[in-house]
Design a protein around this ligand. Sequence first.
Ligand code: UT7
Length: 291
Amino acid sequence: DLEGRVDTSDAWIVERTGIRERRVVTSGETTASLAIAAGAAAIKAAGITPDEVELLVVATCTADQQLPATSAAVQDGLGLSCGALDVDAACAGFVYALVTAAAMVETGRVGAALVIGAETLSRITDPDDRGTVVLFGDGAGACVLRPGRTGLLAFDLGCDGSLGGILEVPVGERYIRMEGSEVFRRAVRVVVASAYAALERGGLGPGDVDVFIPHQANARIVSAACDRLGIPRDRTVMNLDRYGNTSAASIPIALAEACEAGRLREGDVVLLSGFGAGMTWASALLRWEAA
Ligand code: UT7
């Protein structure tokens, strides 16, 4: 399809990005509808009921409307009766949302929290721009954090707002503008530095990581980060061949797939690390707590 629309080739896309398939919403599907499906699946997997959810955080940079927040529609769709907010830290958004929710749960003032990453990037991707149209996809993933067992050992959140121009949707424009190679170069650097910062705060090293779940942006970025961290490929979750870059949804989709595939065992050390527009970056070190 893409070869017929822009000057590209399947071979170039696979070789330079690792992406073979992406998912795109059909008419009627929205960021909220994807988030509701993922949220319902997470609530079911956690074995709780919607009324036990006391906080909803939705990470997205593709809100369906400017107002109200996407989380409002998600709260209604899931039949929740709790507070709800959006977090926008682009592709680092899920980890930002997870850390925000975990901090609230750990105060003991809210019970279980539902954290969802959901995007419809196809709506803001220029179909005629070969630099972005081959990368971005739609999707959603979610997890439940429970009181007394959020599993969060340590985290690192960062932002360099002076780099906002390398990946943006300028005011009044519809589509993403991206300096791909600039984002690439910086991404490897910040993911590695952020992952090390979280590990250090948790008193652990790369050798202690059982499962590494990086933001799924480009297979070459993931490989370079793994090499620099010294985390072997067989401990790294990669599914971008099937979804492309789904921004805030990429880490929770990979987390959910790893969980469903039995790759996460009770007590495993799990490292999540993302980066994105802002530029933002975020890493979370978890001790895996099964449902
Ligand atoms: O979630 C965070 C969001 N963004 C990212 O993580 C994106 C990070 N960047 C990337 O993944 C890569 O930079 C891209 C996949 C976007 C581009 O790959 P690259 O290896 O960095 O290519 P490049 O930008 O250095 O361009 C190399 C060549 C250029 O042609 P010339 O100037 O050498 O003739 C590009 O115009 O590849 C060309 N090119 C393409 N060719 C075929 C760029 N996109 C395409 C394409 N098909 N789709």
